[in-house]
Design a binder for this molecule. Structure first.
Ligand SMILES: [Fe+2]
Ligand SMILES: [Fe+2]
Length: 166
């Protein structure tokens, strides 16, 4: 019988999952920036695109630490979230609600990432991978900051709408 899988295996699988997800997000962010109506929205998505590039590199360092090749594993969760985002871009083109929709799908992405990094950090700690913990925490910090920026952006967008309607 094959050896039962370990926490190391689970850590590697989840690392591959977020690696795949980050690369998909890297491709999606420029599309979201192009679609966004507000300048703040465009700038925000592009800034997070640059951050995401650095996040992918940090993940590659984590693969190095555990001496495994950096390889992604299809993450259906992120594919689903991003597909919903594209649907919003398609269906709310020319709508004054487009940016609100883009922000909502971006926040779904961030929350997925925050969940993944939280878990990976806990497991890396248990496995004594201290250098990996630090790298993953850097990524988590950026995702949380992005989530907060999106919350503020949502308020700005909603206020601008309110004024136009008044
Ligand atoms: Fe990310
Ligand atoms: Fe993110």
């Amino acid at each position: 019988m094959a050896n039962p899988k370990t926490l190391e295996d689970l850590f590697l699988d989840t690392l591959k999952d977020i690696y795949f997800a980050e690369k998909q997000i890297l491709k999606a962010l420029p599309k979201m920036a192009r679609a966004a109506q507000s300048e703040e929205g465009k700038a925000g998505f592009l800034q997070h695109r640059d951050e995401t590039e650095a996040q992918v590199e940090r993940l590659e360092q984590v693969f190095e630490i555990i001496k495994k090749p950096a390889r992604g594993k299809t993450c259906e969760a992120i594919q689903g979230i991003l597909a919903e985002g594209e649907e919003i871009i398609e269906e709310f083109k020319n709508s004054s609600a487009l940016d609100a929709g883009l922000i909502s799908s971006a926040q779904a992405v961030e929350h997925y990432e925050i969940a993944r990094y939280g878990t990976l950090i806990a497991w890396a700690k248990q496995l004594g991978l201290n250098d990996a913990v630090a790298l993953l925490q850097d990524n988590l910090k950026e995702e949380k900051a992005t989530d907060q920026k999106l919350t503020k952006l949502a308020e700005t967008v909603a206020n601008a709408k309110g004024k136009k309607a008044a």
